[in-house]
Design a protein around this ligand. Structure first.
Ligand SMILES: [Zn+2]
Length: 169
């Protein structure tokens, strides 16, 4: 993202978003802490109630391999739950960013609803990144709107009117 292309309103909006992102991260950390705390309490109470009979009757029947598999399964469940929570918190980030933009079907990119700034559709859809398009020229006579992110490098056709306005000549 290039700071030079930003308007004051954009900066304020980004600032506000950063604050809400920080709040969301705190909520996520809180949720995870709460969840692990709850699991801990639950496990402790289960352990207190069931440990003795469990150790006497069940443990000898379970071999180490089964125990290892159970641990792996538990780890997998924790991973899935963690991913799910992260998805819930951060998943709508892309959607929220995308609401600021409008897709231009005939051009293939997005434009900001207020400023009209052009944004790479590939970066916005796949990663939720607001990558401004910059005018670029190939072989001195082919003009494009090019994505500012090198790894993407997506090019969009530039209209002759836009070529004139981009100060290439
Ligand atoms: Zn891009």
């Amino acid at each position: 993202m290039r700071a030079s292309n930003k308007t004051k309103a954009d900066c304020e909006e980004t600032g506000m978003m950063k604050i809400s992102e920080a709040i969301k991260e705190r909520i996520l950390i809180g949720l995870i802490t709460l969840l692990s705390g709850a699991i801990g309490v639950l496990l402790t109470s289960i352990y207190k109630d069931a440990a003795a009979p469990f150790l006497q009757n069940v443990m000898p029947a379970i071999n180490n391999k089964t125990l290892l598999l159970l641990c792996l399964l538990l780890l997998l469940i924790i991973l899935i739950l963690g991913t799910w929570i992260a998805f819930l918190v951060f998943g709508d980030k892309t959607k929220r960013i995308m609401r600021k933009y409008e897709f231009v079907k005939t051009r293939g990119f997005y434009v900001h609803r207020q400023t009209g700034g052009k944004i790479c559709a590939n970066c916005l859809i796949s990663n939720g990144i607001e990558s401004p398009l910059t005018p670029s020229v190939v072989a001195g006579n082919r003009f494009y709107w090019e994505c500012a992110i090198l790894a993407c490098g997506r090019k969009y056709e530039m209209k002759s009117q836009e070529v004139k306005e981009s100060n290439f000549e």
